[in-house]
Design a protein around this ligand. Structure first.
Ligand SMILES: CC(C)(COP(=O)(O)OP(=O)(O)OC[C@H]1O[C@@H](n2cnc3c(N)ncnc32)[C@H](O)[C@@H]1OP(=O)(O)O)[C@@H](O)C(=O)NCCC(=O)NCCS
Length: 326
């Protein structure tokens, strides 16, 4: 095989990167036809890579064989204290030609990461299709692990059956205190073992103020579930275009997004999470313009990683993470 060489990513590499990304996306769509066909096209893919290159302090590397680009990696720092001193490679920031193995990924990262670490950016994140097995193997053997999962499924074909003992309904303003409490359950759950997220946990008062202001937001649909006569669970969803997450090739068209769900700790595992999630997602079944459901979760979160796969969500993208020097 012709020897692999690497060079820093520049504007001259955009066309090659667009071609590699479009090819990656076509492979990904063979596994996940629910993804947008838009990025099958090298021009549309190149525009996403160009946007990634335009980000402040973007940098990366390209791997070539005999002068032909076979892989690229492009990241930029993301703001937000919880990310640490970071470089974040988003869904359009990395692609490897079919047939290239894990060693190509390892050489590519070695070429890009020296600059990142020299700049003091030691928290590295890369979002890539979970089906890119050779690349995932390469990242794993670079010290990366699975931090976050994005997933897709088709809408349900019939209304959900609610388990005996649970009542699912639309919340009223009287539910705002319990909604505020439930809103804290996710960051609280993420802060503890085994997720250990660094994200701040808001106060109850902040959560209450948020709900007072946002309760009537027409973009979000909310439901609650009662068990034994009291509210124990909630879930929210919105059309994905109302959310700033799941961008670029990771954004399916015509998708509803399960954006939030929480169950009080003492009521977990009795079907309340399934009941509220299925109830909000049922909107997609009755919305003729939408035919995809998306969500995401912290993979070390034992509860959501089990529950959402049990609801039929299939992994599409994985965010891998490495903290250098720890
Ligand atoms: C995630 C969460 C909403 C799920 O709700 P829940 O009420 O605990 O889950 P359910 O009882 O409805 O179970 C749903 C599915 O998860 C799976 N599941 C639940 N507990 C499980 C366990 N201990 N082991 C394996 N699978 C399990 C089951 O397959 C179940 O499907 P089933 O109905 O076919 O049995 C809830 O646990 C929670 O609030 N977690 C903390 C906050 C959070 O992570 N929110 C989600 C943000 S992405």
């Amino acid at each position: 095989m012709v020897r692999l060489e690497t060079h820093p990513f520049t504007e001259d590499d955009l066309a090659d990167a667009g071609r590699l990304l479009a090819a990656r996306h076509r492979r990904h769509r063979a596994v996940h036809p629910l993804l947008s066909p838009q990025y099958d096209d090298a021009g549309a893919a190149e525009a996403e890579v160009a946007a990634a290159l335009a980000a402040e302090d973007a940098s990366g590397a390209v791997a070539t064989r005999g002068g032909e680009a076979v892989a690229f990696l492009l990241g930029a720092p993301r703001s937000g204290a919880a990310w640490g001193e970071n470089v974040f490679v988003d869904s359009a920031g990395h692609a490897t030609a079919d047939g290239e193995g894990a060693e190509t990924t390892r050489e590519l990262y070695a070429a890009a990461a020296a600059r990142w670490v020299d700049a003091g950016r030691t928290a590295h994140y890369v979002l890539l299709p979970s089906s890119e097995a050779a690349a995932v193997d390469g990242w794993f053997r670079l010290g990366f692990g699975l931090q976050q999962t994005h997933a897709l499924r088709e809408p349900p074909t019939r209304p959900p059956a609610v388990r005996d003992g649970l009542v699912v309904r639309t919340p009223t303003r009287d539910d705002i205190p319990v909604l505020a409490r439930l809103d804290l359950e996710l960051p609280r759950h993420h802060a503890i073992s085994p997720t250990f997220s660094a994200a701040a946990v808001p106060s109850y008062e902040e959560s209450l103020a948020y709900w007072e202001e946002d309760f009537d937001n027409p973009d979000f649909l909310n439901v609650v579930a009662e068990h034994g006569g009291r509210v124990v669970a909630t879930a929210s969803c919105c059309r994905l275009e109302k959310s700033s997450t799941h961008t670029g090739p990771a954004r399916p068209e015509r998708a509803w997004f399960l954006s939030f769900a929480a169950v009080l700790p003492e009521a977990r595992g009795i079907g309340a999470g399934r009941a509220v999630a299925e109830a909000v997602l049922d909107h997609a079944r009755t919305d003729p313009a939408y035919d995809v459901l998306v969500t995401d979760w912290r993979e070390p979160n034992l509860t959501s990683s089990r529950a959402w796969r049990a609801l039929g969500f299939r992994d599409s993208f994985w965010r891998l993470h490495r903290l250098v020097g720890r």
